[in-house]
Ligand binder design. Structure first.
Ligand SMILES: [Ca+2]
Ligand SMILES: [Ca+2]
Length: 123
């Protein structure tokens, strides 16, 4: 598999419930890890911080949390999607899961992800 395919697969697998489907669509539209990095790198310094990573991956979930209680309940998820086991998606827990993934992807331990680290397969 090409690295980007693995990346898309990884992100689709790690994301919880509905936010993943939105994310997967945006991942498939980028051509290279460099483009993917540019999408996430909101301050434009050429590397992805944990904050940028969490903000990007959690963006669609935050938009869906209409009552702002930090949970995505069934009626806040798009029609046709279901949360795992019917339980609400906890956005804080989702952020923590993103952080765990971020640290795994940060192979050189400098607390930032470069394009190569972003495109690397999970270990
Ligand atoms: Ca950055
Ligand atoms: Ca790094």
């Amino acid at each position: 598999m090409a690295p980007l395919h693995r990346l898309a697969l990884l992100l689709a697998t790690m994301s919880l419930a509905a936010p993943g489907s939105v994310l997967a669509a945006s991942i498939w539209s980028v051509e290279s890890p460099q483009e993917y990095l540019a999408l996430i790198d909101s301050d434009g310094d050429g590397r992805v911080s944990l904050r940028e990573y969490q903000d990007y991956l959690g963006r669609s979930a935050r938009e869906m949390d209409r009552n702002g209680d930090g949970l995505l309940s069934a009626n806040e998820l798009p029609p046709g999607t279901r949360s795992r086991g019917g339980r609400p998606v906890n956005l804080q827990r989702q952020r923590e899961a993103f952080a765990t993934r971020f640290h795994l992807q940060d192979r050189n331990g400098d607390r930032y992800l470069d394009a190569e680290e972003l495109g690397a397969p999970p270990r």
